[in-house]
Design a protein around this ligand. Structure first.
Ligand code: NAG
Ligand code: NAG
Ligand code: NAG
Ligand code: NAG
Ligand code: NAG
Ligand code: NAG
Length: 317
């Protein structure tokens, strides 16, 4: 359990998780990598590499950006992905924001919102590229999941780098570009977005995604996306889930009115809306911004328990 304080108010957030990672039980330790390529925002790189994986196994990569007032260490301790990486053979990367004021990610600058444009997004992508180069990780099985600011960054990374990621899982975030504030506008909190006042239609939201990387071919692989949100979230209002739904269904060309609905999954009061293979959204009844992370849901979506050929990857879909 992690206790943290929000930037926008004095609310205390309590981000919980179903499994707790006991570092004593891990096969390896969190390592700091001082240089890893272009890092315009001086983000720090931390990585967990299970001791018994080899580059010949081409391990997948899971990027876990922290929340506001969170740190790489807090995400590493508070999420079970190091333990799961030991069991299933994947690497996890924990970027650490250089924004010591509030540790929120830069999800607002046009640098981050542009392919190869810079910002925190490029710094994080450099970490992925380093792990592919230096550790022989699988470039076709790169995933990202985060909560709150980490979920916003998940949306940003999928939008700006559709060529790098295979899938994302965003817990209580906002649509790509919802915090957009212009060139050099790194440390922005958008109250208008947070309170659900930035409302666009699907084609407007999809245009913002396509503008991040205009030359990316329309028929090229795009990472699939899973979004989850508490219906009682008063920090990032649930309207933000609706905006994410409009955005990603439009990007994937799905009809926003056509979905399969599954109730009480993975928890009672949660509902999954599946719009197709590439996109699903979950509402969580009675859940505040302190959405309890469900590692199983993330592992399933990324197919991260799968080893060998035929696992979900940029190659197979
Ligand atoms: C970059 O971040 C590191 C670690 O937080 C810090 O020690 C260093 O001074 C920073 N460098 C610059 C140029 O800000
Ligand atoms: C990340 O940055 C924060 C804030 O500067 C610092 O407290 C923490 O030690 C850094 N490292 C990790 C691994 O979280
Ligand atoms: C690494 O060790 C874990 C147990 O800690 C085991 O479950 C896993 O299969 C091992 N992986 C490899 C590639 O040997
Ligand atoms: C979305 O909004 C734009 C700009 O306001 C408008 O031109 C377009 O017709 C709208 N599209 C749909 C599908 O409503
Ligand atoms: C809903 O489920 C059915 C049966 O599995 C499937 O054929 C259909 O494509 C699904 N529709 C959507 C929108 O996911
Ligand atoms: C969630 O919001 C509903 C409707 O506003 C309210 O009745 C309920 O008490 C809230 N639940 C929690 C857990 O805050």
């Amino acid at each position: 359990m992690l206790l943290l304080k929000s930037t926008s108010s004095s609310l205390l957030f309590l981000f919980t998780t179903t499994v707790s990672a006991l570092s004593s039980a891990l096969s390896s330790t969190l390592q700091h990598i001082p240089t890893f390529g272009p890092n315009p925002r001086n983000v720090s790189m931390y990585i967990y590499v299970p001791s018994n994986i080899s580059s010949s196994a081409k391990p997948p990569i899971l990027v876990v950006p922290h929340w506001c007032h969170g740190t790489a260490q807090a995400a590493f301790d508070g999420r079970p992905y190091a333990t799961l990486g030991d069991t299933y053979g994947f690497i996890s990367i924990y970027p650490n924001s250089s924004n010591t004021a509030d540790q929120c990610w830069d999800v607002s600058s046009s640098e981050s919102l542009t392919h190869e444009g810079g910002g925190d997004a490029l710094s994080i992508v450099s970490m992925v590229r380093w792990a592919i180069e230096e550790l022989g990780a699988d470039k076709d099985r790169v995933f990202v999941t985060g909560t709150s600011s980490g979920a916003m960054m998940t949306n940003v990374l999928l939008g700006s780098y559709p060529d790098v990621f295979a899938a994302g899982s965003a817990w209580a975030g906002v649509a790509f570009g919802c915090f957009a504030a212009g060139a050099g506008q790194y440390d922005i909190w958008s109250d208008a977005c947070a309170t659900g006042k930035i409302i666009r239609n699907g084609s407007e939201w999809a245009d913002i995604v396509h503008a991040a990387y205009p030359s990316y071919p329309k028929d090229a692989f795009r990472p699939k996306m899973q979004v989850l949100h508490g219906l009682n979230d008063t920090t990032l209002y649930p309207q933000n889930l609706r905006e994410e739904v409009k955005q990603w269904t439009a990007v994937f060309g799905y009809d926003v009115k056509v979905y399969n609905e599954t109730r009480d999954t993975p928890l009672k009061g949660w509902t999954r809306y599946s719009y197709g293979e590439k996109f699903e959204a979950y509402t969580a009844e009675g859940v505040t911004h302190d959405i309890p992370n469900q590692a199983d849901t993330v592992m399933d979506w990324f197919d991260l328990r799968c080893k060998g050929e035929g696992c979900y990857s940029r190659r197979t879909r």
